[in-house]
Design a protein around this ligand. Structure first.
Ligand code: BG6
Length: 491
């Protein structure tokens, strides 16, 4: 958040797992966009490391193809590609990291450079790779001559509190906590970043932002795609670990937290931890789970879609949820009794992420008889597909008689702002370079998030709770609607 620019010197970026989907689709295009905007230091190099047999030229061509798919001007592409190098290696082979060390020193040409290691690899490789980097002397735990080393990791951070703690402890043997940047890319989405500004840089919302005026908060995350070839990964984790425990709890924390003392990473994260710690662990009675079966996706040329159990890499009797809905409660003075309803699902009718803040009825409303059908105010914060904020108000419909209707005061980003909304990864990578950790997850945040879901995840597996099957392309299982109606609302 704050623009804490550290003394940026030469920079070496090492992307481990460089031939993978995340690297090619997200990381390299984001570095290119930063290069294009002149936000990378004068002297930098990016080394891709992975097992695939490739030379620099083949690698550069691959990178180029993926960058070309993004909506970024390509004028400086050749200059950028000249800074990209490839090193083939096995993830646990020390000698391969030593070869990479030689390449780094050669490229540094006698200048010391700051180092970023981006671990774009599955989590079971985090520790072997970190140990190999440390063994090959590629990590400096203390800043030497003002030169730093940082490591970037992506979820899943474990499967539950216990395995997450083990991972944290393992990483902390090699890196200090300050050096670890745990990405949750939702935190860098424009509208999510704006949550703090909306709440704390405006006067009008905060006085209403509490149990006295708010009836419920609903956070919906829906995708109209299935698991897209990630059967092996997804069946091991499921939707709660994939999306709820991280992206959605982070959104909830930003909606529910108190104002940080100052705009500094640790103060912001302190407040998020506090609010997460006020949420008791979820029990089975607060949760519904679903799984997509075969169905027809209407919006895309009426395509027939497989059910989850027919996806590659998924066992025929899998009980892994592809949909979950839950009611959470924040037990503090601001929020006690206000349900936070959260749902996430794949294989649904549309792609959307939105937050709805439902206000209470107007007390002693003199218009209640004139327009009994009207519902109370609601603030909609839509993250995607189109960034938007809209406040539903009751308004007189122009005319000679008194007719009331619901209208929206709305802000659509597309029509209000000219600039291209940058991809979340651009900002995250820039923040790693700047050393700003506001948008990264601290280890205690991770612990509190796991504490909310770990017990129920264990119970789901132990009792082999069957998910309710819903057709691909639908609105999800009916049980999610029942859950919302229990709190007098609908999604
Ligand atoms: C990832 C999940 O974290 O977020 C995926 O693992 C999901 O399952 C993706 O599809 C969605 O990200 P975005 O930015 O496209 O909403």
């Amino acid at each position: 958040m704050g623009n804490k620019t550290s003394s940026i010197k030469d920079l070496t970026i090492v992307v481990i797992g460089a031939s993978g989907d995340l690297s090619l689709r997200k990381i390299f295009p984001a570095f290119y966009a930063l290069f294009q905007k002149k936000l990378l230091p004068e002297r930098f190099q990016i080394i891709g490391f992975s097992r695939t047999e490739m030379n620099d030229d083949i690698f550069r061509n691959k990178v180029k193809t993926f960058i070309a798919k993004e909506n970024i001007p390509l004028s400086e592409m050749d200059e950028f590609l000249k800074k990209c190098f490839y090193c083939r290696g096995k993830y646990d082979a020390f000698q391969d990291y030593e070869r990479m060390g030689d390449l780094i020193r050669k490229l540094e040409e006698g200048h010391l450079s700051n180092k970023i290691y981006y671990l774009a690899i599955p989590p079971f490789l985090f520790l072997p790779v970190s140990n190999a980097l440390a063994h090959s002397n590629l990590i400096h735990t203390q800043e030497e001559k003002g030169v730093w080393t940082r490591v970037v990791v992506e979820k899943p951070f474990g499967r539950d509190r216990e395995s997450s703690d083990e991972l944290t402890a393992g990483l902390q043997k090699v890196f200090r906590e300050e050096q670890v940047y745990r990405i949750d890319h939702y935190l860098a989405k424009e509208v999510i970043q704006n949550l703090m500004i909306l709440r704390f840089a405006n006067l009008i919302l905060e006085p209403l932002w509490n149990r006295q005026y708010i009836q419920n908060v609903r956070i919906s995350w829906m995708e109209d795609i299935g698991i897209e070839g990630r059967g092996g990964y997804f069946d091991e984790y499921g939707i709660i670990r994939d999306v709820m425990q991280n992206h959605l709890l982070q959104i909830l924390a930003l909606v529910g937290m108190e104002q940080p003392i100052r705009l500094e990473a640790d103060y912001i994260r302190d407040e998020k931890v506090k609010v997460l710690r006020c949420i008791p662990p979820v029990t089975l009675s607060q949760l519904v789970v679903g799984q997509y079966g075969p169905g027809i996706l209407q919006c895309k040329k009426c395509e027939m879609k497989h059910g989850y159990r027919d996806e590659e890499g998924v066992p025929k009797d899998s009980i892994t949820p592809t949909y979950a809905a839950v009611s959470l409660f924040i037990k503090n003075r601001r929020w006690d009794g206000v349900p936070f309803l959260i749902r996430a699902g794949k294989g649904l009718s549309k792609r959307t992420t939105e937050i709805k803040i439902q206000f209470r009825e107007v007390p002693g409303n003199i218009f209640a008889e004139t327009a009994p059908q009207l519902t109370p105010n609601e603030l909609l914060i839509q993250v995607q597909p189109d960034a938007m904020i809209a406040l539903k108000i009751v308004n007189k419909i122009p005319g000679l008689s008194l007719v009331l209707g619901e209208s929206n005061l709305d802000l659509s980003y597309e029509s209000a702002f000219e600039s291209r909304v940058p991809d979340a990864y651009e900002l995250l990578l820039l923040d790693v370079i700047r050393g700003d950790k506001s948008l990264f997850i601290r280890s205690d945040e991770l612990e509190s998030a796991w504490d909310i879901f770990s017990p129920v995840l264990l119970e789901l597996e132990k009792k082999r709770i069957q998910p309710v099957i819903y057709p691909f392309g639908s609105e999800g299982p009916y049980t999610a609607d029942l859950l919302a109606s229990k709190y007098g609302t609908a999604w």
